[in-house]
Design a binder for this molecule. Sequence first.
Ligand SMILES: Cc1cc2nc3c(=O)[nH]c(=O)nc-3n(C[C@H](O)[C@H](O)[C@H](O)COP(=O)(O)O)c2cc1C
Length: 165
Amino acid sequence: MSLAMAELFRRLSCGVYVVGVAAGGQRNAFTAAWVMPVSFRPLLLALSINPNHSSYALLQEGRAFSVNVLRADQRELAAWFGGPQQRDKLAAVPWHSGPTGAPLLEDVVARFECLLERECPAGDHVLAIGRVVDGALLQADAVPLAYRDVGNLDGAEALFPDRFS
Ligand SMILES: Cc1cc2nc3c(=O)[nH]c(=O)nc-3n(C[C@H](O)[C@H](O)[C@H](O)COP(=O)(O)O)c2cc1C
């Protein structure tokens, strides 16, 4: 367990997002902080996903994902979608399916829809690179939730190594 390493990595500025996936009539969504833009032309976003998440199978099958940008006051939603898929997480919030089929939350700062272009193994995660095919800025004046402000919500302090290798 490494609190020091977690504190260090919190200084890399990340947002907090709800990533939606869908395939074959099934849908799910999970909280993610490791999302970043990686290309202008074409417009690409990269998402780092743990392949053990139940969302990963839906991502691979559905070949699409949405990125819903949470607001600074939506920490509880980050905690809710950060839990496992034992229950229908999406039943708790208003949402609809976008053109790609991935779930889009109604009450968020902004959202993106991506088609999965490729996957790259990245240690204990997989980097999913998606082409942005749609998006909307819904609450232009809202402040997005910052990863460094949610503390140890993702349990990262127990996941970071104690030292560099
Ligand atoms: C603030 C926060 C950030 C997270 N960031 C990521 C992330 O970037 N990538 C990831 O794979 N999981 C991340 N997680 C963990 C998943 O949200 C969590 O394991 C979730 O239960 C997976 O859901 P699923 O099994 O229904 O797919 C994060 C969790 C929280 C609370």
